[in-house]
Design a protein around this ligand. Structure first.
Ligand code: ADP
Ligand code: X2W
Length: 296
């Protein structure tokens, strides 16, 4: 990292001033940040701390930040320790009754607390919310090659109870939500964290939905960071999927992004969670660092 004391005062003031219109524009705006995925588990604690610092910064300048976290790798580790086999269909973890108990424990009692602690250490005010208290789902129907596949207790959120989230935001907290949902009968379901973040953002009509990824953003060639797509129209996404340019783990993210944009979210960003302070750079600078998908 650059030593700030080495920068001349003109540069320092220019950096602060570039942020001014964004700080003014985003005061009281709702931002949903999907915190997690592969980078959160692999990365050394410094990466997680940096992301937490950025979230604390957004909150301190008056942005209403909501965090939806993942934890896929932590779940895989917990299942393996419990000697429970696990597999994915169509990017979703096939989740039986025994697995769903371990998934719930890992997300609600381990990962959620961990993220709250990191935010607290940065003097932010997190409020851990178990997703099953606010996300209402149906069992997810999945087809692979035209054939129905039973993925077990995997839910598709249809309703987000926003009252608790809005109250927390108005009281100055950062809601930190785990991707666990409940159906109308009270059964607990595992749910994809990217999809949960999209649904929460749509329900809140968020100004921004930010996905932290393990890549610089959407790229035309995933092996070439130079091919980063800076801005994309929502209608252009389907063609990139059809051509195979967007593939694998990026598909649920872009699906959720398109769904969120069509349901009231203003803009969606994909940024590299490991790039130092990518969140601040994307939000508070003119050029940004990742990919933004805009609504026409
Ligand atoms: N066009 C694309 N641009 C960037 N990444 C892509 C693209 N298509 C597929 N990917 C893949 O999607 C991955 C991100 O999805 P995934 O690994 O599921 O994320 P998470 O970090 O949430 O677990 C990237 O690491 C990359 O390999
Ligand atoms: C149904 C389903 O697949 N749920 C995910 C929930 C966690 C998640 O999505 O975490 P990441 O964002 O870290 O991948 C899982 O069990 O892994």
């Amino acid at each position: 990292m650059t030593d700030i004391s080495q920068l001349d005062v003109t540069t320092k003031s220019a950096v602060l001033l570039e942020a001014l219109p964004y700080v003014q524009r985003f005061r009281d705006a709702i931002f949903v940040v999907k915190y997690g995925g592969a980078f959160m588990d692999d990365a050394d604690p410094k990466v997680r701390t940096r992301v937490a610092t950025d979230i604390a910064f957004l909150s301190a300048v008056g942005i209403k930040v909501v965090v939806v976290h993942g934890g896929g790798k932590a779940i895989t580790r917990a299942l393996s320790e419990a000697k429970v086999e696990t597999r994915f269909e169509h990017g979703l973890r096939v989740t039986d009754q025994k697995s769903v108990e371990i998934v719930e424990h890992t997300l609600n009692k381990v990962v959620n607390l961990d993220i709250c602690e990191i935010l607290q250490a940065k003097n932010a005010r997190p409020l851990g919310i178990h997703g099953n208290g606010i996300l209402v789902c149906d069992k997810k129907e999945v087809e692979v090659d035209g054939q129905p596949v039973d993925v077990g207790f995997v839910g598709e959120t249809h309703t987000v109870k926003t009252k608790i989230i809005k109250k927390a935001l108005n009281d100055g907290y950062i809601p930190v939500i785990s991707p666990i949902a409940k159906d109308d009968e009270g059964q607990i379901y595992n749910t994809n964290a990217d999809a949960a973040a999209g649904r929460v953002a749509a329900a809140l009509r968020a100004r921004r939905l930010v996905y932290l990824c393990d890549v610089p953003g959407l790229m035309r060639d995933i092996n070439d960071p130079e091919s980063l797509i800076s801005t994309l129209q929502v209608d252009e996404v389907a063609e990139l999927v059809e051509k195979g340019i967007i593939s694998k783990g990026m598909i649920p993210k872009t699906d959720s992004a398109v769904d969120a944009l069509k349901n009231g979210v203003h803009r969606v960003h994909f940024i590299d969670g490991e790039q130092p302070h990518s969140l601040l750079l994307e939000i508070f600078t003119d050029k940004g660092v990742g990919t933004e998908i805009v609504n026409g």
